[in-house]
Design a protein around this ligand. Sequence first.
Ligand SMILES: Nc1ncnc2c1ncn2[C@@H]1O[C@H](COP(=O)(O)OP(=O)(O)OP(=O)(O)O)[C@@H](O)[C@H]1O
Ligand SMILES: [Mg+2]
Length: 250
Amino acid sequence: MLIGGRGGSGKSTIVSLLARKLKNNGNKILVVDCDESNLGLNKILGVKKSNETLMDNLGGKEVITSKLIDIIQKENKQINIFDEMSLDSLSGEYVSWNENLGFLEIGKIEHVMEGCACPMGAVARDFLNHIVINEDEWILVDTEAGIEHFGRGVLEGVDFIIIIVDPSEDAILLANKAFKLASENNKNFGAILNKIDDSIEEILKSKLDSNINILGIIDYSSDIAMSNLKGNSLESVFIDGLDDILKCIN
Ligand SMILES: Nc1ncnc2c1ncn2[C@@H]1O[C@H](COP(=O)(O)OP(=O)(O)OP(=O)(O)O)[C@@H](O)[C@H]1O
Ligand SMILES: [Mg+2]
């Protein structure tokens, strides 16, 4: 599943909470960090990073960019790097495994003037299109803010899109637009309302497209906020309702 939403809505927090819950329920999970800017997902999740990002492992951004240019010139629109893969077949060079919880970063912006993040998007798209999972295996994709990953086609190999809606007009507008785009692409779609209290819940529900499936509601939690501020993982933070959210997705 792919988790999107506006900046700061709680995407990385909720990816981490769901990943931990799935792991504790006996599943094998790969968390894929598709955010090219933010650096702290592994900390929120409470896992180590691997030595390399996937981009590094493939030879770096220049290599991927020149492949992309070649492809565009030949008018064959899609980069093709990977063959069919399973979670067990992924290299430890770019996936760090913490028992049954794997963590992979697609790539980060490293240099001034290095150019746009499209090569990362192309790699993420091809990776997600070729990874095959079994029952009891999950892939959770954390994305950068906004819907650029929709434009880059990262959602192509994803079976469920979740948009995180925090209390803001932009979050509502983005959720309604993402729902439209996901529907055009026949993707399962749901929203999680985050940082909620009673007065806010009804306003958000009244403004969201009434066809959007609301998978769950996560209250504002000072434990979450404090844990983030201190740079701690969410490992020991308990949040109600995660199992119900997962039931809606499965
Ligand atoms: N339910 C919640 N209650 C209180 N604070 C929360 C909650 N969810 C997230 N936060 C806090 O909101 C901030 C943003 O959360 P997070 O980094 O998960 O958002 P994001 O959508 O991934 O942001 P970005 O767009 O930058 O990737 C963090 O400080 C986090 O601790
Ligand atoms: Mg984030």
